[in-house]
Design a protein around this ligand. Structure first.
Ligand SMILES: *Cc1c(COP(=O)(O)O)cnc(C)c1O
Length: 344
Protein backbone atom coordinates (compact mmCIF):
# COMPACT_ATOMS: atom_id res chain seq x y z
CA UNK A 1 0.00 0.00 0.00
CA UNK A 2 1.06 3.56 -0.61
CA UNK A 3 -0.12 6.25 1.78
CA UNK A 4 -1.11 8.74 -0.91
CA UNK A 5 -2.15 9.15 -4.48
CA UNK A 6 0.64 8.29 -6.90
CA UNK A 7 1.26 8.23 -10.64
CA UNK A 8 3.18 5.05 -11.38
CA UNK A 9 5.12 5.02 -14.65
CA UNK A 10 5.86 1.60 -16.13
CA UNK A 11 9.06 2.25 -18.07
CA UNK A 12 9.18 -1.30 -19.45
CA UNK A 13 5.73 -0.76 -20.97
CA UNK A 14 6.98 2.53 -22.41
CA UNK A 15 9.89 0.70 -24.02
CA UNK A 16 7.53 -1.91 -25.50
CA UNK A 17 5.31 0.80 -26.97
CA UNK A 18 8.34 2.59 -28.42
CA UNK A 19 9.48 -0.53 -30.28
CA UNK A 20 5.92 -1.51 -31.29
CA UNK A 21 5.31 1.92 -32.85
CA UNK A 22 8.56 1.74 -34.77
CA UNK A 23 7.60 -1.67 -36.18
CA UNK A 24 4.08 -0.49 -37.11
CA UNK A 25 5.43 2.64 -38.80
CA UNK A 26 8.42 0.95 -40.39
CA UNK A 27 10.41 4.06 -39.39
CA UNK A 28 12.36 5.35 -36.40
CA UNK A 29 10.39 6.90 -33.55
CA UNK A 30 11.39 10.39 -32.46
CA UNK A 31 9.40 10.67 -29.21
CA UNK A 32 7.30 13.69 -28.28
CA UNK A 33 7.99 14.41 -24.60
CA UNK A 34 6.43 17.88 -24.34
CA UNK A 35 4.44 18.87 -21.26
CA UNK A 36 6.73 16.76 -19.07
CA UNK A 37 6.14 13.69 -21.23
CA UNK A 38 2.38 14.25 -21.05
CA UNK A 39 2.63 14.45 -17.29
CA UNK A 40 4.69 11.32 -16.70
CA UNK A 41 8.04 13.08 -16.20
CA UNK A 42 10.17 13.97 -19.21
CA UNK A 43 13.52 13.22 -17.58
CA UNK A 44 13.03 9.55 -16.66
CA UNK A 45 10.86 8.91 -19.74
CA UNK A 46 13.41 10.36 -22.16
CA UNK A 47 16.33 8.64 -20.42
CA UNK A 48 14.63 5.28 -20.89
CA UNK A 49 13.75 6.03 -24.51
CA UNK A 50 17.34 7.12 -25.13
CA UNK A 51 18.62 3.81 -23.79
CA UNK A 52 16.10 2.07 -26.09
CA UNK A 53 17.64 3.83 -29.08
CA UNK A 54 15.78 7.14 -29.51
CA UNK A 55 17.97 9.65 -31.30
CA UNK A 56 15.78 12.77 -31.32
CA UNK A 57 13.04 14.25 -29.14
CA UNK A 58 10.35 16.87 -29.60
CA UNK A 59 9.23 19.30 -26.90
CA UNK A 60 7.09 22.43 -27.14
CA UNK A 61 8.86 25.07 -25.04
CA UNK A 62 12.48 26.15 -24.83
CA UNK A 63 12.39 25.82 -21.03
CA UNK A 64 11.24 22.21 -21.37
CA UNK A 65 14.13 21.66 -23.74
CA UNK A 66 16.67 23.04 -21.28
CA UNK A 67 15.53 20.57 -18.62
CA UNK A 68 15.46 17.76 -21.16
CA UNK A 69 18.97 18.54 -22.35
CA UNK A 70 20.20 18.32 -18.77
CA UNK A 71 18.51 14.92 -18.43
CA UNK A 72 19.65 13.29 -21.69
CA UNK A 73 23.05 14.87 -22.28
CA UNK A 74 24.49 16.12 -25.56
CA UNK A 75 23.80 13.18 -27.89
CA UNK A 76 20.14 13.35 -29.02
CA UNK A 77 18.64 16.08 -31.14
CA UNK A 78 15.98 18.10 -29.33
CA UNK A 79 13.48 20.00 -31.47
CA UNK A 80 11.35 22.84 -30.08
CA UNK A 81 7.87 22.82 -31.65
CA UNK A 82 6.99 26.35 -30.54
CA UNK A 83 9.67 27.52 -32.93
CA UNK A 84 11.96 30.35 -32.01
CA UNK A 85 10.00 32.79 -29.87
CA UNK A 86 11.66 36.24 -30.30
CA UNK A 87 14.40 36.70 -27.74
CA UNK A 88 15.03 33.00 -27.13
CA UNK A 89 17.63 32.51 -29.88
CA UNK A 90 20.62 32.64 -27.51
CA UNK A 91 19.01 30.37 -24.90
CA UNK A 92 18.20 27.80 -27.59
CA UNK A 93 21.77 27.75 -28.84
CA UNK A 94 23.27 27.54 -25.35
CA UNK A 95 21.21 24.44 -24.61
CA UNK A 96 21.75 23.00 -28.11
CA UNK A 97 18.02 23.05 -28.89
CA UNK A 98 16.87 23.18 -32.48
CA UNK A 99 13.81 25.33 -33.17
CA UNK A 100 11.17 24.20 -35.64
CA UNK A 101 10.75 27.51 -37.48
CA UNK A 102 7.22 28.23 -38.64
CA UNK A 103 7.10 31.52 -40.52
CA UNK A 104 9.29 33.67 -42.77
CA UNK A 105 9.96 36.34 -40.13
CA UNK A 106 11.13 33.69 -37.70
CA UNK A 107 13.56 32.25 -40.20
CA UNK A 108 14.91 35.76 -40.84
CA UNK A 109 15.35 36.37 -37.09
CA UNK A 110 17.06 33.02 -36.63
CA UNK A 111 19.46 33.85 -39.45
CA UNK A 112 20.08 37.33 -38.07
CA UNK A 113 21.01 35.73 -34.75
CA UNK A 114 23.62 33.62 -36.54
CA UNK A 115 21.47 30.71 -37.70
CA UNK A 116 22.38 27.12 -36.96
CA UNK A 117 20.71 23.75 -36.94
CA UNK A 118 16.90 23.98 -37.12
CA UNK A 119 13.77 22.48 -38.63
CA UNK A 120 10.85 23.98 -40.50
CA UNK A 121 7.18 23.17 -40.13
CA UNK A 122 4.93 23.25 -43.18
CA UNK A 123 1.24 23.92 -42.58
CA UNK A 124 -0.61 21.45 -44.81
CA UNK A 125 -4.08 22.48 -43.75
CA UNK A 126 -4.38 22.56 -39.98
CA UNK A 127 -3.86 26.33 -39.85
CA UNK A 128 -2.05 26.18 -36.56
CA UNK A 129 1.72 26.49 -36.97
CA UNK A 130 3.92 26.46 -40.03
CA UNK A 131 4.83 28.00 -43.35
CA UNK A 132 2.10 27.84 -45.91
CA UNK A 133 3.43 25.71 -48.79
CA UNK A 134 3.71 28.76 -51.06
CA UNK A 135 5.84 30.54 -48.42
CA UNK A 136 8.17 27.60 -47.75
CA UNK A 137 11.80 28.76 -47.95
CA UNK A 138 14.50 27.54 -50.29
CA UNK A 139 16.77 24.90 -48.76
CA UNK A 140 19.39 26.58 -46.58
CA UNK A 141 22.43 25.60 -44.49
CA UNK A 142 21.48 24.25 -41.06
CA UNK A 143 18.11 22.91 -42.18
CA UNK A 144 17.93 19.44 -40.62
CA UNK A 145 14.21 18.64 -40.54
CA UNK A 146 11.06 19.35 -42.52
CA UNK A 147 7.81 18.38 -40.83
CA UNK A 148 4.05 18.85 -40.87
CA UNK A 149 1.21 17.82 -38.59
CA UNK A 150 -2.07 15.99 -39.21
CA UNK A 151 -5.33 17.59 -38.11
CA UNK A 152 -7.47 14.42 -38.10
CA UNK A 153 -5.08 11.52 -37.56
CA UNK A 154 -7.44 9.90 -35.04
CA UNK A 155 -10.03 9.50 -37.82
CA UNK A 156 -8.54 7.10 -40.42
CA UNK A 157 -11.43 7.61 -42.87
CA UNK A 158 -11.09 11.40 -42.93
CA UNK A 159 -10.07 12.38 -46.50
CA UNK A 160 -8.07 15.34 -45.19
CA UNK A 161 -5.37 12.90 -44.00
CA UNK A 162 -4.47 11.92 -47.55
CA UNK A 163 -4.66 15.50 -48.80
CA UNK A 164 -2.27 16.65 -46.08
CA UNK A 165 0.06 13.74 -46.73
CA UNK A 166 0.26 14.51 -50.44
CA UNK A 167 0.76 18.22 -49.82
CA UNK A 168 3.57 17.43 -47.42
CA UNK A 169 5.26 15.02 -49.81
CA UNK A 170 5.22 17.70 -52.53
CA UNK A 171 6.82 20.36 -50.33
CA UNK A 172 9.31 17.98 -48.68
CA UNK A 173 10.61 17.01 -52.12
CA UNK A 174 12.16 20.48 -52.32
CA UNK A 175 14.59 19.56 -49.53
CA UNK A 176 16.42 16.44 -50.69
CA UNK A 177 18.47 14.82 -47.92
CA UNK A 178 16.57 16.60 -45.13
CA UNK A 179 14.83 14.43 -42.51
CA UNK A 180 11.08 14.31 -43.20
CA UNK A 181 8.64 13.79 -40.31
CA UNK A 182 4.87 13.80 -40.65
CA UNK A 183 3.03 11.29 -38.46
CA UNK A 184 1.94 11.71 -34.84
CA UNK A 185 0.46 8.72 -32.98
CA UNK A 186 -2.61 8.48 -35.19
CA UNK A 187 -0.47 8.93 -38.29
CA UNK A 188 1.68 5.94 -37.35
CA UNK A 189 -1.39 3.75 -37.88
CA UNK A 190 -2.48 5.29 -41.21
CA UNK A 191 -0.13 3.21 -43.35
CA UNK A 192 3.48 3.12 -44.51
CA UNK A 193 3.25 6.10 -46.84
CA UNK A 194 2.47 8.33 -43.86
CA UNK A 195 5.69 7.43 -42.04
CA UNK A 196 8.35 9.23 -44.13
CA UNK A 197 11.78 9.21 -42.39
CA UNK A 198 10.77 9.42 -38.71
CA UNK A 199 7.47 9.43 -36.82
CA UNK A 200 6.59 11.66 -33.86
CA UNK A 201 4.18 9.86 -31.54
CA UNK A 202 3.31 11.18 -28.12
CA UNK A 203 0.14 9.74 -26.62
CA UNK A 204 0.60 6.22 -28.04
CA UNK A 205 4.04 5.92 -26.46
CA UNK A 206 2.18 6.37 -23.19
CA UNK A 207 -0.50 3.81 -24.06
CA UNK A 208 -3.24 6.01 -25.51
CA UNK A 209 -4.88 4.47 -28.56
CA UNK A 210 -4.48 6.22 -31.91
CA UNK A 211 -8.24 6.54 -32.32
CA UNK A 212 -9.02 7.61 -28.77
CA UNK A 213 -9.82 4.14 -27.50
CA UNK A 214 -7.55 1.43 -26.09
CA UNK A 215 -5.50 -0.38 -28.72
CA UNK A 216 -4.38 -3.96 -27.97
CA UNK A 217 -0.97 -3.26 -29.49
CA UNK A 218 -0.18 -0.66 -26.82
CA UNK A 219 0.37 -1.10 -23.09
CA UNK A 220 -0.74 1.30 -20.37
CA UNK A 221 2.28 3.24 -19.09
CA UNK A 222 0.83 5.58 -16.45
CA UNK A 223 -1.23 4.24 -13.54
CA UNK A 224 -2.94 6.87 -11.39
CA UNK A 225 -3.68 5.22 -8.04
CA UNK A 226 -5.02 6.41 -4.72
CA UNK A 227 -5.75 4.66 -1.42
CA UNK A 228 -9.11 3.90 0.12
CA UNK A 229 -9.29 6.15 3.19
CA UNK A 230 -12.57 4.91 4.66
CA UNK A 231 -15.30 2.37 3.88
CA UNK A 232 -18.85 3.08 5.03
CA UNK A 233 -22.38 1.69 4.77
CA UNK A 234 -24.76 4.31 3.40
CA UNK A 235 -28.46 3.71 4.18
CA UNK A 236 -31.13 4.14 1.49
CA UNK A 237 -32.20 7.75 1.12
CA UNK A 238 -28.95 9.33 2.29
CA UNK A 239 -26.70 11.32 0.01
CA UNK A 240 -22.98 11.20 -0.75
CA UNK A 241 -20.68 14.20 -1.09
CA UNK A 242 -21.21 17.86 -1.86
CA UNK A 243 -24.60 19.19 -2.95
CA UNK A 244 -26.19 15.77 -2.40
CA UNK A 245 -24.65 14.92 -5.76
CA UNK A 246 -25.56 11.26 -5.33
CA UNK A 247 -28.54 9.83 -3.45
CA UNK A 248 -28.54 6.17 -2.46
CA UNK A 249 -31.78 4.52 -3.54
CA UNK A 250 -30.82 1.34 -1.71
CA UNK A 251 -28.32 0.59 1.07
CA UNK A 252 -24.82 0.54 -0.33
CA UNK A 253 -21.19 0.34 0.65
CA UNK A 254 -19.11 3.35 -0.33
CA UNK A 255 -15.33 3.77 -0.31
CA UNK A 256 -13.83 7.24 0.06
CA UNK A 257 -10.69 7.34 -2.10
CA UNK A 258 -7.87 9.81 -1.45
CA UNK A 259 -7.67 11.64 -4.78
CA UNK A 260 -9.64 14.66 -5.90
CA UNK A 261 -9.49 17.46 -8.39
CA UNK A 262 -6.42 18.93 -6.70
CA UNK A 263 -4.68 15.70 -7.71
CA UNK A 264 -6.07 15.71 -11.23
CA UNK A 265 -9.29 13.75 -10.84
CA UNK A 266 -11.23 16.19 -12.97
CA UNK A 267 -14.72 16.95 -11.70
CA UNK A 268 -15.90 15.78 -15.09
CA UNK A 269 -14.83 12.20 -14.21
CA UNK A 270 -18.24 11.82 -12.57
CA UNK A 271 -21.00 10.67 -13.03
CA UNK A 272 -19.90 8.25 -15.75
CA UNK A 273 -16.42 7.75 -14.32
CA UNK A 274 -15.36 4.34 -13.12
CA UNK A 275 -12.53 3.28 -10.88
CA UNK A 276 -10.82 -0.10 -10.71
CA UNK A 277 -10.66 -1.56 -7.19
CA UNK A 278 -9.34 -5.04 -6.53
CA UNK A 279 -9.70 -5.86 -10.21
CA UNK A 280 -13.29 -4.69 -10.60
CA UNK A 281 -14.64 -1.54 -12.20
CA UNK A 282 -16.88 0.43 -9.86
CA UNK A 283 -18.74 3.72 -10.42
CA UNK A 284 -17.75 7.06 -8.98
CA UNK A 285 -20.58 8.59 -6.95
CA UNK A 286 -21.58 12.23 -6.84
CA UNK A 287 -19.20 15.17 -6.91
CA UNK A 288 -15.42 14.85 -6.94
CA UNK A 289 -14.04 16.94 -4.04
CA UNK A 290 -10.65 18.59 -3.82
CA UNK A 291 -8.94 15.71 -2.03
CA UNK A 292 -11.28 12.73 -2.26
CA UNK A 293 -13.86 11.01 -4.38
CA UNK A 294 -16.46 8.35 -3.58
CA UNK A 295 -16.75 4.91 -5.18
CA UNK A 296 -19.51 2.36 -4.81
CA UNK A 297 -18.08 -0.93 -3.49
CA UNK A 298 -21.22 -2.85 -2.55
CA UNK A 299 -20.42 -6.58 -2.43
CA UNK A 300 -16.72 -5.99 -2.93
CA UNK A 301 -14.07 -7.11 -0.47
CA UNK A 302 -12.31 -3.80 0.10
CA UNK A 303 -10.33 -2.43 3.03
CA UNK A 304 -8.74 0.85 4.04
CA UNK A 305 -5.42 1.14 2.24
CA UNK A 306 -6.45 -0.79 -0.87
CA UNK A 307 -5.38 1.13 -3.94
CA UNK A 308 -7.99 2.34 -6.43
CA UNK A 309 -6.93 2.88 -10.05
CA UNK A 310 -8.23 6.13 -11.61
CA UNK A 311 -6.59 5.12 -14.88
CA UNK A 312 -4.03 2.48 -15.75
CA UNK A 313 -3.86 -1.12 -16.99
CA UNK A 314 -7.43 -1.98 -15.86
CA UNK A 315 -9.31 1.31 -16.29
CA UNK A 316 -7.67 2.39 -19.54
CA UNK A 317 -7.10 6.10 -19.86
CA UNK A 318 -9.03 6.39 -23.14
CA UNK A 319 -12.11 4.89 -21.49
CA UNK A 320 -11.87 7.15 -18.46
CA UNK A 321 -11.38 10.13 -20.77
CA UNK A 322 -14.41 9.23 -22.85
CA UNK A 323 -16.50 8.96 -19.67
CA UNK A 324 -15.25 12.40 -18.65
CA UNK A 325 -16.06 13.89 -22.06
CA UNK A 326 -12.42 14.56 -22.90
CA UNK A 327 -9.30 12.90 -24.32
CA UNK A 328 -6.49 10.86 -22.80
CA UNK A 329 -4.05 13.73 -23.37
CA UNK A 330 -6.01 16.02 -21.05
CA UNK A 331 -6.53 13.40 -18.37
CA UNK A 332 -2.87 12.49 -18.19
CA UNK A 333 -1.56 16.05 -18.27
CA UNK A 334 -4.06 17.00 -15.55
CA UNK A 335 -2.41 14.91 -12.84
CA UNK A 336 -1.04 17.65 -10.60
CA UNK A 337 2.33 18.24 -8.98
CA UNK A 338 0.94 17.04 -5.62
CA UNK A 339 1.01 13.50 -6.98
CA UNK A 340 4.47 11.92 -6.89
CA UNK A 341 5.65 10.13 -10.01
CA UNK A 342 7.08 6.71 -9.21
CA UNK A 343 9.06 4.81 -11.83
CA UNK A 344 8.74 1.04 -12.10
C1 LIG B 1 1.92 16.98 -29.73
C2 LIG B 1 2.43 16.80 -31.11
C3 LIG B 1 2.74 15.51 -31.59
C4 LIG B 1 2.41 14.25 -30.86
O1 LIG B 1 1.01 14.03 -31.00
P1 LIG B 1 0.30 12.69 -30.48
O2 LIG B 1 -1.07 12.79 -31.01
O3 LIG B 1 0.36 12.74 -29.00
O4 LIG B 1 1.05 11.54 -31.01
C5 LIG B 1 3.35 15.41 -32.84
N1 LIG B 1 3.62 16.52 -33.57
C6 LIG B 1 3.29 17.75 -33.16
C7 LIG B 1 3.58 18.91 -34.01
C8 LIG B 1 2.68 17.93 -31.92
O5 LIG B 1 2.33 19.16 -31.52
Amino acid sequence: MRPNAVLEVDLAALARNFHALSVIAGAPVHPVVKADAYGLGAGPVAQRLLSEGARAFFIARAAEGERLRAAVGPAPDIYVLDGCVPGTEAALKTAALWPVLNQPAQLAAWRAAGGGKCGIQIDTGMNRLGFRPEDAPEAFPGLALVMSHLACADAPDEPMNRRQRDAFAAVAARYPGTLRSFANSGGVFLGPDFAFDAVRPGISLYGGGPEGRPDPRLAAVGAFRAPVLQVREVPAGESVGYSRGFIAERPMRVATVGAGYADGVLRSYGPRGQVALNGELRPLLGRVSMDVCAVEVTGLDVAVGDMAELFGPVRRIDDQAAAAGTIAYELQTSVTARVPRVYL
